[in-house]
Design a protein around this ligand. Structure first.
Ligand code: 3PG
Length: 213
């Protein structure tokens, strides 16, 4: 397992971020670090994403910053050039996945079916995203997929919150979860970084509680 995935495992909850103003990147990054969730999957869905990644990579040394919503190899190259340390795709894309593997870029492709997981397995990956997690049956589906794919670890994302976090985190095939509940877009736009930090602390406390059981 590469060091980024090891960090995913330790952090346990990867905040999924939609950012409209790159000026918010550093205060947001600091809130994540101080809140105990020192990772950011900055989604490449806004014009500010690339600059936000660059700004976090330069100014938040304790933050593991990567890019999500990567839909093409070109987007992947842009994100990595900006400073992204990992790539997340919403669906499995063989071209992007191969590009990342060949260039030693940690990649977590979105999978929703055994066919997706098989494709990733064949390319040598042992960790995938499961998306959209709750819509596709949540932990129950992951457990079913895990029967044949017992060597795979999952990063479920989509519909996860403090309410169902424990259902996922307590299972051994879950490396970490992804989610936006502690970094809602409106909180970022309103520059409520203290509130974001508090929500991260609550999530991190829940993570620690589940893992101590
Ligand atoms: C996304 O790509 O938007 C993520 O899946 C986040 O999902 P969530 O908002 O349900 O946490």
């Amino acid at each position: 397992m590469n060091t980024v995935l090891e960090q995913f495992g330790k952090i346990g909850i990867i905040p999924v971020i939609v950012i409209d103003d790159a000026a918010d990147a550093v205060p947001l990054g600091n809130a994540l670090v101080n809140g105990g969730l020192p990772a950011a999957e900055v989604t490449f869905r806004t014009a500010a994403a690339k600059e936000a990644i660059a700004s976090m990579a330069e100014n938040c040394p304790d933050l593991l910053v990567g890019a999500g919503t990567i839909l093409s190899v070109d987007m992947c190259k842009e994100a990595v050039a900006a400073g992204a340390k990992f790539i997340v795709t919403p669906g499995f894309d063989e071209e992007i996945t191969r590009y990342c593997i060949e260039n030693n870029i940690p990649v977590t492709p979105g999978c929703a079916t055994p066919a997706d997981v098989q494709a990733c397995y064949r390319l040598g990956l042992r960790t995938v995203k499961f998306f959209p997690a709750e819509s596709y049956g949540g932990i129950k589906t992951i457990k079913a997929i895990s029967a044949p794919y017992h060597m795979m670890k999952f990063m479920p994302t989509g519909g996860i919150s403090e309410k169902n976090l424990e259902d996922y985190l307590k299972e051994k095939m879950i490396l970490c979860v992804g989610g936006s509940w502690m970094v809602k877009k409106d909180l970022i736009s309103a520059k409520k970084f203290d509130e974001i930090e508090d929500l991260c602390k609550k999530a991190a406390a829940k993570r620690d509680e589940v893992r101590s059981k």
